[in-house]
Design a protein around this ligand. Structure first.
Ligand SMILES: Cc1cc2nc3c(=O)[nH]c(=O)nc-3n(C[C@H](O)[C@H](O)[C@H](O)COP(=O)(O)OP(=O)(O)OC[C@H]3O[C@@H](n4cnc5c(N)ncnc54)[C@H](O)[C@@H]3O)c2cc1C
Length: 384
């Protein structure tokens, strides 16, 4: 039987970030990544909108993203990689008094956690982005630095290229438990790997992997469709990633724009269902954008694709850290729509926990699996 100190199921951005960090912290450990599809064509990582923001309501999520942007600014440069970080900010709009109050509360949390975010009255918003219709709005919140978008696949490939982990093209098909621990990992090829620690980084398949150890993990594949469009007369003063009160979001993508929405119907989907929901563009996105800015009245859809969120049904937040009883089984799952930006901090934290027994850089324990057992959501108001 093969042996590895650490076995990671899933080799996209999260699995690769953990492997790279293990190499930095504990180079003496042998690390094996099992990845079923090294093309990553259906991974959330490859299909992501690649955004990073500091505008969360939970201070830990703000700190995680601040760690992420700092990493993205510095480390890829040392690797000789340009991840094309566009720090154009996120712009949240509210159209009710209660929405404005939430933006104010979030702003206080974000500033307390060191984020560079400002509130804009509707007059200030209009003077910065004159093409926007602001008549129905009550307040806006704009990230001034440390927010934007970057090359998601580049980040994953950077981690992969600079890690000594062994990568096997295979599928985790079972876990063998012995004395309350994961003793070995069974692979679809028929091989088995004895392990000291096992990490679930299987994205939308996380629940199936957890079930192999008899664990219930409330994570489902939920479909999100992204669209690019061409704009006949683009807005003159540029645009951050704007999140309309309707939940429709849009941002520049080269000379085009990228957009999406929160689906009205959002069931779990089959793992192989990547059919884009074209009607979201026609029925939800275009009407909302055209109402928000005349620049978006004449637009032409260019491309669309669907990817899967690993959707944490309890609270749409990550589940990270060790299982309370099966102590050598670690989660790095359930990121919903914000896992790409969390990869640097989660990779660091989970590696610290595995190699050093506790979190050293950021205390990620509020993201632990025990909240699932207690059925106590970690409330995050800024979810898209
Ligand atoms: C449309 C869309 C837009 C998004 N936009 C953003 C955004 O703007 N910002 C942001 O931060 N996040 C965003 N996200 C979320 C982000 O992309 C994910 O949270 C992140 O990529 C998760 O990475 P992962 O490595 O956990 O999962 P994945 O990238 O899905 O990788 C999981 C890997 O596990 C492998 N695997 C699964 N089961 C097995 C098995 N049994 N054996 C072997 N291998 C297995 C899969 O093949 C896959 O490669 C978006 C996601 C989608 C779908």
């Amino acid at each position: 039987m093969m042996q590895s100190d650490v076995v990671i199921c899933g080799g996209a951005v999260i699995g690769s970030a953990i492997a790279w960090n293990l190499g930095q912290i504990a180079p003496e450990l042998t690390v094996t990544i099992i990845e079923r599809d090294p093309s990553f064509q259906h991974s959330s990582t490859a299909l992501s909108a690649s955004g990073i923001r500091q505008q969360f309501s939970d201070p830990l999520n703000v700190a995680i993203s601040r760690f992420g942007v700092d990493f993205i600014k510095k480390t890829p440069t040392r690797w000789g990689l340009d991840l094309n970080l566009h720090q154009q900010g996120y712009l949240y709009l509210s159209n009710t008094d209660s929405g404005a109050q939430i933006l104010r509360e979030n702003h206080a949390v974000q500033c307390g956690a060191g984020a560079d975010v400002t509130l804009l009255s509707t007059d200030e918003l209009k003077s910065r982005f004159s093409h926007l219709n602001t008549g129905d709005l009550t307040l806006a919140s704009l990230g001034l630095s440390g927010e934007g978008w970057f090359d998601s696949v580049g980040l994953m490939q950077g981690y992969q290229a600079h890690s000594n982990a062994t990568r096997l093209k295979d599928e985790v098909s079972g876990l063998k438990l012995q004395s309350g621990k994961v003793a070995s990992v069974r692979l679809a090829s028929g091989s088995e790997i004895a392990c000291g620690a096992f990490i679930n980084a299987a994205g939308p398949y996380a629940a199936e992997i957890a079930a192999m150890a008899g664990i219930n993990l409330p994570i489902e594949p939920r479909k999100r469709t992204n669209f690019t469009f061409d704009c006949a007369t683009p807005p003159q003063h540029g645009l951050p990633l704007m999140i309309d009160p309707s939940g429709v979001w849009v941002r520049p993508e080269g000379r085009h724009f990228l957009c999406g929405c929160i689906p009205e119907n959002d069931p779990a989907v089959a793992h192989d269902d990547f059919e884009p929901r074209f009607q979201e563009f026609e029925e939800i996105i275009w009407p909302a954008l055209a109402a928000r800015s005349p620049a978006f009245e004449a637009i032409k859809m260019q491309a669309m694709w669907a990817g899967h969120y690993a959707y944490n049904v309890l609270d749409q937040n990550a589940v990270a850290g060790a299982h309370p009883e099966i102590e050598n089984l670690y989660f790095a799952n359930g990121f919903s729509g914000h896992g790409l930006q969390q990869a640097p901090a989660i990779g660091r934290g989970v590696a610290e926990l595995v190699a050093q027994g506790s979190y050293k850089t950021l205390d990620l324990s509020p993201l632990g699996y025990d909240r699932i057992l207690r059925n106590e959501p970690l409330l995050e108001k800024c979810v898209i």
